[in-house]
Design a binder for this molecule. Structure first.
Ligand SMILES: [Zn+2]
Length: 317
């Protein structure tokens, strides 16, 4: 994840979204030769000046002060993204049209989420919705879609609750506003979790004769400005009949939560391939993160990755 994304394009000292920013080397590059994100901090121009001033004031922005401020701000930013995705989801209940149960419960295990502490867990087990291990019970392969049936609501709430807990615990980057090759090609890395909203195109890659059971594999693509986000999923795992036949069919405005596996270039496009954890509707307010303006400015100033701050920069005395 690029340091700019991780910091919302905001100075980690003043966090002022209106100020233009620069990427600063915490340990001077000439000495450390450290180029990795660990040695970089996002600073506004005044704080950048301050970090470069050699005064030995107690308030001086030395490497330690910068690292502390950066760590605190980055932790807050991660929380913002998780919160914005979750609060948008509360707008309407039946939001997830698809949930990748296998991957969600795998992540829940890795993160250490205690499924047994979920509201009414014992009841869920008793009524056959969840197994004692916490995994959702296996569904009959003769169904048209996995969430078919009258008693399915409890499963939906259970799985979506686990997904919410997973989201709260992952550093998710909302890239909806940054579908731009120039920005994303250096901002993303395999292993990142991203959320992308907008026109998704869903098309089946395999046709099942009777339209029943697992293996109704479908490709999902979100494409804009020479960036293509791609994933495949089993449409059988749709959470409702309309999810399967309407929301996950053709081109629809959806949001998808993706674990990035690979970044590649294809005829001048940046192709982001990943595993989809969930696909949802109605993320109306989520698209614009409030640092969008800051990014616009950063790009106007030049290609962001070329912001090597050199010590001669804007010294006016
Ligand atoms: Zn600042």
């Amino acid at each position: 994840m690029s340091v700019l994304f991780a910091n919302r394009y905001q100075c980690c000292i003043c966090r002022n979204p209106k100020r233009s920013v620069i990427v600063h080397h915490i340990e001077e590059w000439a000495e450390s030769r450290l180029h990795d994100a660990e040695n970089l901090a996002v600073l506004c121009l005044p704080h950048h000046d301050e970090a470069h001033s050699k005064k030995t004031l107690s308030k001086n922005l030395d490497a330690k002060a910068l690292r502390d401020a950066k760590a605190k701000w980055e932790a807050r930013v991660k929380q913002f993204d998780a919160e914005s995705i979750l609060s948008a989801m509360r707008l309407e209940y039946s939001n997830w049209n698809f949930m990748n149960e296998l991957r969600i419960f795998e992540l829940a295990r890795v993160i250490g989420i205690e499924l047994k502490r979920i509201f009414q867990f014992d009841q869920l087990v008793k009524s056959g919705i969840a197994e004692r291990s916490g995994l959702p019970a296996v569904r009959d392969n003769s169904l048209f879609y996995m969430y078919q049936g009258s008693d399915i609501l409890a499963r939906y709430f259970y799985v979506s609750e686990v997904l919410s807990l997973v989201i709260k615990n992952l550093p998710i980057i909302n890239i909806s506003d940054y579908l731009d090759k120039g920005v994303l090609s250096f901002a993303l890395a395999p292993g990142d979790f991203i959320f992308v909203q907008g026109a998704h195109t869903f098309s089946p890659t395999t046709q099942k004769k009777n339209g029943k059971g697992r293996g109704q594999i479908c490709r999902g693509v979100r494409k804009a400005n020479n960036v293509e986000v791609r994933f495949t999923f089993d449409r059988w795992e749709a959470t409702s009949s309309s999810a399967k036949s309407e929301w996950l069919t053709g081109t629809k405005n959806q949001g998808s939560l993706i674990h990035v596996k690979d970044l590649s270039r294809d005829e001048g496009r940046l192709v982001v391939t990943g595993t989809v954890l969930g696909i949802c509707s109605n993320f109306g307010d989520l698209k614009r993160r409030d640092y969008a303006k800051g990014l616009g400015r950063a790009i106007q100033l030049g290609r962001v990755e070329e912001y090597e701050d050199d010590d001669d920069w804007d010294k006016d005395q």
